[in-house]
Design a protein around this ligand. Structure first.
Ligand code: GAL
Length: 681
């Protein structure tokens, strides 16, 4: 499989997001000097500045960015140039209203916000291609430019599209996919409620306001279509930039948003993936759902991004309090937290950290989205903290390019993810289990990677992991079962949860004993099933005298010949029936749990397989401290991140070198409140 993502930073790099169009030109030179003084060597610019280059249709002016980029060369500042298509100019949407995305009632969005365009308007594609061509041909050769960002946060703000252009394109997509209306009617199960289509022009993007809901099979295809549309739009821009960019410069886009196969987009179109890191969004969540995690919960997103691109960068790293005038009331990062969050990014694999933004904007909806500097432009505590962070970051240059160490893998795929958009049963299981697997991994210090499974996945992608969880592969096909089988036959352990294998890839339920196509691997038969009732005593199972939680849903399992029962339900009407089975398949094995996963049952499963505590010989750290390892060329770098407002005591069981100072440490060590330490061990 061809993977374009070849770009890697060759040293730890610090950046910021700068908007020359927001400031008096008189500030530019001093801003760049101050950035350099702090350690910032790269800035991202331009991503909303269409009108600075095309103030009216077809008239292009370059004086503004010419002047700024020339100044960057003079000051030794490198630039990532953003294409401006997230915010079309007023002249454009006024003259061509068909470029606007619509809400699900078909009402167009208006000028004044952002991301209010649709990917499928032919005129928007044409005008976008033209501005990108103008920018890339002029600025890609410029010596200040080192990379390109396509658009800004594809599918952020809104990930659904209901304009006329989208219906037109969806019809073509459906035709390409199914060829005949008979095939489409079959795949979408249109015999149900008399939905049969007899002509292609009867097909529209789903119209969710309808009484009786929408067809779930069509909806699933609609999400595939949105993803394809976004990727095609990204490709259109990438193809243009690639014609002009200097060798060694990169193409990226920032952020990871819903209804978009970010893996495919990155693999096929980008040289590297970048992410926007705002752990403050995790504040204020219900503490009973995510005890102790709060900002640390953001590690779940970082794990997802690492799966898209192991050596990613951070295009936007939170610097100050975050909110818009219209929403969010987030606190300021406390002293130390900005660096903690940035170090969390580095621990997860990022070698480029660019802070959002240089100076807090004095106008517009983001006046409360605080950058490094405040409105008053004075040096503040964040500047002081950043200088300190930079010293630490540069001490980590040997870590640049190092791999994140994972003890197990979590399989995910977009078909099942998108099915949870439409299927509330599936959503309940998958969200719960993925959350609990994440929490279990965090509090037990058992790091994991997410692996994206596709029809063309190879066993080499799965083989590095001794254990793979695939919590609820509701939709499955022969190709994916085959690669899972190959993984297990080679010695891997595969763990599946309830409701596995009962749909095909159209989302139709299969008329087979569950877990459907997976039965050949699990050697188990689901003979009955039920949601557990919140009114009743929680259901649990006995596992060799241990209590095994079996929350939310219970598949009541019957082992086929050759399958071992590890645990049986202990209560409810199915007490005594199998809850967890194990089947040997060649050199490996498959475990089938009849329920969803909980942080406790995941801990027990990881212990049973023997991967629970990979760092036990290296470090003793409390649950509240994150322990992460990156490794390269036989060198191991251990990151310890303290998310709490009190110091945390850890014990290094082997001598380590604290990279920030070069000091040799062994035994007990105190990490300050919101502090971090990185040891070479
Ligand atoms: C990001 C976006 C930035 C800025 C920031 C703070 O999602 O890319 O342009 O809006 O959030 O809201």
């Amino acid at each position: 499989m061809k993977n374009k993502q070849s770009y890697q930073w060759n040293e730890m790099t610090m950046g910021t997001c700068y908007y020359p169009e927001h400031w008096d030109k008189a500030l530019w030179a001093r801003d760049l000097d101050r950035m350099k003084e702090i350690g910032i060597s790269t800035i991202r610019i331009g991503e909303f500045a269409w009108s600075k280059i095309e103030p009216e249709e077809g008239r292009f002016t370059f004086a503004f960015f010419d002047e700024f980029l020339d100044l960057c060369v003079e000051k030794g500042m490198k630039v990532i140039f953003g294409t401006p298509t997230a915010t079309p100019p007023a002249w454009l949407t006024e003259k061509y209203p068909e470029v606007l995305n619509c809400n699900h009632d078909g009402r167009p969005y208006y000028h004044g916000g952002r991301r209010h365009y649709n990917y499928n308007s032919l005129i928007y594609q044409h005008l976008s291609a033209r501005i990108v061509e103008q920018e890339a041909s002029r600025y890609a050769p410029h010596p200040a430019v080192v990379g390109w960002q396509i658009d800004n946060e594809l599918n952020c703000e809104i990930g659904e599209f209901y304009s006329k252009a989208d219906s037109d394109a969806f019809r073509l997509w459906a035709r390409d996919t199914y060829d005949t209306l008979d095939a489409l009617n079959e795949a979408w199960g249109t015999a149900f409620w008399n939905q049969t289509y007899t002509a292609w022009d009867q097909i529209y993007v789903p119209r969710p306001g309808n009484p009786g809901g929408v067809n779930p099979h069509m909806y699933l295809d609609y999400y595939r279509f949105i993803s394809d549309s976004a990727i095609r739009y990204c490709k259109m821009q990438a193809d243009i930039i690639r014609k002009y960019k200097k060798p060694g410069d990169f193409i990226t886009t920032n952020g990871k948003f819903r209804n978009l196969d970010n893996h495919r987009m990155a693999r096929e179109q980008l040289d590297v993936f970048t992410y926007d890191n705002y752990p403050n969004f995790a504040h204020g969540v219900d503490d009973t759902v995510r005890p102790n995690l709060l900002d640390r919960h953001w590690a779940k997103n970082l794990t997802e991004v690492r799966s898209v691109c192991p050596h990613f960068g951070f295009m936007e790293q939170q610097a100050g309090a975050g909110s818009w005038v219209s929403r969010m009331l987030a606190p300021s990062p406390r002293p130390g937290q900005m660096s903690l969050w940035a170090m969390m990014s580095v621990a997860h694999g990022s070698d480029f950290v660019s802070f959002f933004r240089w100076r807090t904007c004095v106008m517009g909806t983001e006046i409360y989205w605080h950058g490094i500097l405040d409105y008053d432009d004075r040096d503040n505590r964040r500047v002081a903290e950043l200088k300190d962070f930079y010293k630490k970051l540069k001490a980590l240059d040997p870590v640049c390019g190092a791999e994140y160490t994972a003890a197990f893998g979590l399989l995910k795929d977009y078909d099942n993810d998108w099915d949870t958009n439409v299927d509330s049963w599936h959503r309940r299981f998958l969200e719960h289990s993925e959350e609990e697997i994440f929490v279990a991994a965090e509090v037990n210090h058992t790091p994991y990677n997410i692996i994206n499974i596709r029809d063309d996945s190879s066993v080499e992608e799965l083989a590095p992991y001794p254990v793979l969880f695939y919590p609820h592969p509701t939709l499955i096909n022969e190709a994916r079962v085959a690669v899972l089988r190959a993984y297990v036959e080679q010695g891997g352990t595969l763990i599946l949860g309830c409701r596995s294998g009962y749909k095909d890839m159209t989302g139709r339920c299969v008329m087979m004993p569950q877990p459907g196509l997976l039965q050949a691997l699990t050697g188990s038969n689901v003979t009955d099933f039920t949601f557990t009732s919140p009114e009743e005593e929680p259901v649990w199972a006995d596992w060799d005298g241990q209590k095994l939680e079996t929350p939310i849903f219970n598949d009541i399992l019957t082992p086929l010949e050759g399958t071992r029962v590890l645990a049986s339900y202990a209560n409810n009407y199915y007490a005594g029936a199998a809850a967890l089975t194990e089947r040997r398949v060649d050199k490996g094995r498959v475990l089938h749990l009849g329920s969803t996963f909980s942080r406790e049952n995941v801990r027990q499963l990881l212990a049973y397989i023997g991967v629970l505590e990979p760092f036990a010989g290296l470090v003793d750290a409390p649950e509240t401290v994150d322990v992460i390892q990156r490794e390269k060329d036989g060198r191991r770098f251990l990151f310890l991140l303290n998310y709490l407002p009190q110091a945390a005591e850890i014990t290094l069981k082997q001598p380590g070198i604290l990279l920030y100072t070069g000091e040799r440490v062994e035994g007990s060590y105190s990490i300050p409140a919101y502090g971090t330490a990185v040891f070479e061990v």
